[in-house]
Design a protein around this ligand. Structure first.
Ligand code: GRF
Length: 219
C-alpha cells in the first residue's frame, strides 16, 4: 500500500507537528508529511519542518484584506502538493467556507477542549472558570464553523485542585500529541467518511466520538 500524503498547517510552536513527524518516521502513521504550511512566516514550527527536510509554505495572513481570497490562494498552493489529508495542528485561523469546500471530509483539526464545549481561544481558563471537573482535547473534521465540525476522537483528563490554565495546558499537551497521532493513524487504517454532516466508520454512522485509552488506542 502506498503511503498517504499529509499536509500539516501550523501557526506557532509546532509540538503537534513534531509528534506527527516522529510518528510518520517510526511507522506508527503510514504516511509522509509532504508539506508544512503556515500563515505566520516566523512560526517556530516552520523551522522544525525545515530542519526535518520537509517542504514549507509560508504566507502572512495578517493584513491580507480579502480573507476568503487569501484562504483560497493558500489552499490552492497547499493542493499543489497533492495531500490526501490536511491536518491543522495549531493553525490559528478560521478558514472560509468557500475555500474549504473541496477539503471537507479530508481536513481535521486538534482543539484543546472537550468540544462542543469551549470552541475558540482560552479553553483552559474557561474550563476552570466554569468549574469543570474534566478537561481534554478533541480532533474534529473542519467545517466553516469555528471548531464546530463533527468530532472524531477525544482524550479526557481530570482537573485537579489548584490547577491553573498553565498547569492544565501543560498536562494536556502530551495527551494532545497522542490523540492527534492516534487519530491520523486511525483515519489511514479505517474507512472514515464525512457524509451529510455525520462521521461514518466502515459504513456505519458514529454515534459518539472515539475515546483515547491509556495506551494509544481509540475506542
Ligand atoms: C495546541 O494546544 C492545539 O490544540 C491548539 O494550538 C496548540 C498548538 O500547539 N490548536 P503546537 O504549536 O502544536 O505546539
Amino acid at each position: 500500500m502506498s503511503r498517504a500524503r499529509l499536509a500539516v498547517l501550523v501557526s506557532g510552536r509546532g509540538s503537534n507537528l513534531e509528534a506527527l513527524r516522529s510518528a510518520c518516521e517510526s511507522g506508527l502513521i503510514p504516511a509522509d508529511i509532504v508539506l508544512v504550511g503556515s500563515n505566520r512566516p516566523h512560526a517556530p514550527a516552520l523551522g522544525l519542518a525545515h530542519d526535518a527536510g520537509i517542504a514549507t509554505l509560508a504566507s502572512d495572513s495578517r493584513g491580507c484584506g480579502d480573507r476568503a481570497a487569501w484562504d483560497r490562494a493558500f489552499l490552492a498552493d497547499v493542493a499543489a502538493f497533492r495531500p490526501d489529508w490536511i491536518v491543522l495542528a495549531g493553525f490559528m485561523r478560521q478558514l472560509d467556507g468557500s475555500a474549504l469546500s473541496k477539503w471537507i471530509g479530508r481536513m481535521i483539526n486538534i482543539h484543546p477542549s472537550l468540544l462542543p464545549k469551549y470552541p475558540g481561544l482560552g479553553t483552559h481558563r474557561r474550563a476552570l472558570e466554569a468549574g469543570e471537573r474534566e478537561h481534554g482535547a478533541s480532533v474534529h473534521f473542519v467545517t466553516a464553523e469555528l471548531d464546530g465540525g463533527p468530532i472524531l476522537a477525544q482524550v479526557r483528563m481530570p482537573i485537579q485542585q489548584g490547577d491553573t490554565p498553565d498547569s492544565l495546558g501543560a498536562r494536556l499537551l502530551p495527551l494532545e500529541h497522542r490523540l492527534l497521532v492516534a487519530s491520523v493513524a486511525f483515519l489511514l487504517r479505517h474507512r472514515v467518511e464525512l457524509l451529510r454532516g455525520c462521521i461514518w466508520l466502515e459504513g456505519i454512522p458514529m454515534s459518539e466520538p472515539l475515546q483515547l485509552d491509556e495506551g494509544l488506542a481509540l475506542r
